[in-house]
Design a protein around this ligand. Structure first.
Ligand SMILES: Cc1cc2nc3c(=O)[nH]c(=O)nc-3n(C[C@H](O)[C@H](O)[C@H](O)COP(=O)(O)O)c2cc1C
Length: 240
C-alpha cells in the first residue's frame, strides 16, 4: 500500500490546518496515511554547529531520525503550516533547519510534495513560496499548493472545499502511481549543486582528505547522482 506522510506545522490537532488536511486525507482511504504535528517528536533546536553538512546527519540525539524515516519512506509528502506573522510556524521552521543538509543533496529524490497553509486574512504567499523553494532544494517535486483563509470562511464553504480538495486528491492519485519526477526548478538546482559537489571533490583531492569527511559529497557519489548530466536522467535510472 502506498504511503502518505503529512506534517502539520500547527500544534492544534483540531485546528484550521488539521481541518484543511482532513478534507483531503478523508478522500485518500486506499493509502496508508499518517498525520504528525511538531509535538509528536522530541526535536532539539539547531545549534548551528554545521556538522550535518559534513556528516550528512544531525549529531544531536533526538527524534529527528524518526521523522526523517517517516518522510523518506513515504511515497508522497504533504507539508502544511498555519501562517504565523507572515511566515510558516516557528516550530516548523526549526524542524526544517535540522534537515539543512537535504538542501545540498536533493534528498527527497523527486518525491511528490503537496504544500498547504491556512491563514486568517493574509501572509500565505510568504509561507507557500519559501516552503516551495525549500522543498525544491531538498529534491521534492511540488505537485500542488493551496491556502485556506478563515476570513473568507473557505473551510466552512462546501463548494470551495470540494473544488480544492478534489483537485489536490486528483493530483495526488496521479503522482503517487508514477515514479518520482524532475521539473525545471529541480534541474536548475541539480546543476548548481553538482558544480558545488565537484568543487568539494577537487578540494578533497587537493587537501588529501577522505571522502568520509564530506558527507554530502559522499551522498552524491554513493547515490550515483554525480555521474548524471540531469536529475531527470538520474531519476529514470534509479526508479525505472
Ligand atoms: C502567532 C500567530 C500568528 C499569526 N499570524 C497571522 C498572519 O500573519 N496572517 C494571518 O492571516 N493569520 C495569522 N494568524 C492566524 C492563523 O494563521 C490562522 O488562524 C490559522 O488558520 C491557524 O491554524 P491552526 O488552527 O491550524 O493553528 C496567526 C496566528 C497565530 C497564533
Amino acid at each position: 500500500m502506498k504511503k502518505i506522510f503529512i506534517l502539520n506545522g500547527s500544534r492544534r490537532k483540531e485546528g484550521n490546518t488539521a481541518k484543511f488536511i482532513r478534507s483531503i486525507s478523508n478522500k485518500l482511504n486506499e493509502f496508508d496515511v499518517e498525520i504528525s504535528h511538531p509535538q509528536d517528536f522530541n526535536i532539539e533546536t539547531c545549534v548551528g554547529c554545521h556538522q550535518c553538512f559534513l556528516k550528512a546527519k544531525c549529531v544531536q540525539l533526538d527524534d529527528l531520525s524518526l521523522l526523517e524515516e517517516k518522510i523518506l519512506n513515504a511515497d508522497l509528502f504533504i507539508l502544511a503550516s498555519p501562517v504565523y506573522l507572515h511566515y510558516m510556524s516557528g516550530e516548523l521552521k526549526m524542524i526544517l533547519d535540522k534537515f539543512a543538509w537535504w538542501a545540498h543533496t536533493l534528498r527527497l529524490q523527486g518525491k511528490p510534495v503537496v504544500l498547504l497553509s491556512t491563514c486568517s486574512t493574509n501572509g500565505q504567499d510568504s509561507v507557500i513560496k519559501p516552503l516551495g523553494e525549500i522543498m525544491n532544494f531538498m529534491g521534492g517535486n511540488v505537485i500542488a499548493t493551496a491556502n485556506a483563509s478563515s476570513a473568507l470562511d473557505q473551510l466552512n464553504n462546501p463548494d470551495w472545499i470540494k473544488e480544492v480538495s478534489e483537485e489536490i486528491v486528483k493530483r495526488i492519485k496521479q503522482s503517487i502511481e508514477e515514479p518520482p519526477q524532475s521539473n525545471s526548478f529541480l534541474e536548475n538546482i541539480f546543476t548548481g549543486m553538482k558544480i558545488m559537489m565537484q568543487g568539494q571533490a577537487a578540494y578533497l583531492v587537493e587537501n588529501d582528505m577522505e571522502k568520509e569527511e564530506l558527507g554530502e559529497l559522499k551522498f552524491w557519489e554513493n547515490s550515483g547522482m554525480i555521474e548524471f548530466k540531469t536529475f531527470s536522467d538520474y531519476l529514470k535510472h534509479k526508479y525505472q
